[in-house]
Design a protein around this ligand. Sequence first.
Ligand code: SMG
Ligand code: MG
Length: 377
Amino acid sequence: MPSPGDAGPVALDGFELRVLHLPLVSPFTTSFGTETVREVIVVRALTPDGDGWGEIVTQEAPLYSSEYTQGAWDVARRWLIPALLDRARLAPHDVAETLAPFVGHRMAKAGLELAVLDASLRAQGVSLGAHLGAVRDRIPSGVSVGIQSDPAALVEAVAGYLDEGYRRIKIKIKPGRDLADTAAVRAAFGDIPLQVDANSAYTLADADTLAGLDDFGLLLIEQPLREDDLVDHAALARLLRTPLCLDESITSAKAAADALALGAAAIVNIKAGRVGGHLEAVRVHDLCRAAGVPVWCGGMLETGIGRAANAALAALPRFTLPGDVSASDRFYRRDIVTDPIVLDDGHVRVPTGPGIGVGIDGGALEEFTVAREVVRR
Ligand code: SMG
Ligand code: MG
């Protein structure tokens, strides 16, 4: 049985970085703003045995986290890539350790690690899912629905996703757009699997409003308070019946262990980018599994590259709740992979080909590229 430590070393000739601008099929509004174009960095690891692909899931502005595109681009080309290219041969499980001296920048590190991991696994003919420990060949798909103009528009948007077959609905909330939006969705669709995500928009002073959400039988409330408010999350958890789930706060396996020890979370959202890579994401999964805590796979509006890798991760055993691994067409008219993830009976397939298991559509990649740089050894 392969374990995350097993992928073989690769000889790195260099990395190609691209900034992509992908138009969204509809605007995506969260408590911190509205996006109409997804800005993302695609990483290509160049090796004599073939390329590997990864994705740095930063946004244009540091609104979800402190990381943002130009910061990730700079730290990758100035510090992270040179450190990796210093090693004649590099195994995927040595990437995080090689980059550990550089504080933070987890999304940048995760994108580089995924590219190295993909190159290694493609060379070995092993799929990412098999490598990480996937136990399913398909996963139930949830969808994250942005804040709409009003509750009626939200109900219409949710109706469309339910018609498509999504197995779980998550709605974004913020102060002033919480109880009425949630009530409208419950009233329209009854007992569907429903959860809300606040992206840190509240403080403990809003506990009464958040307790009002207890009336709606939600699966969970995701990240109501700030990233570093673990103690306040624990205090809030004691005031609510609805389970609290942390997203932004879970920056590593250590952060997850601390949050669980404090009682700040009963459920954990796992995102490889946020924790510094897929191998750390597996460690978060493993510790939650040992603690009996359910996890689900978050999303960062990934292209087909990150989306394929998310599907592989979400196939691990403790991912017992549907994640934000929606079909490519939930965000994009055209993806940059040859076989974008589709929804089939409310599920998405876990790719089985070598590495992330999807091919790159060179034409689409070119179409959306707004900046490109190659860093060689
Ligand atoms: O990929 O389906 C997706 C997006 C899911 O809502 C989603 N992500 O906080 O969980 C979250 C947000 C962060 C997106 S900001 C780029
Ligand atoms: Mg979230």
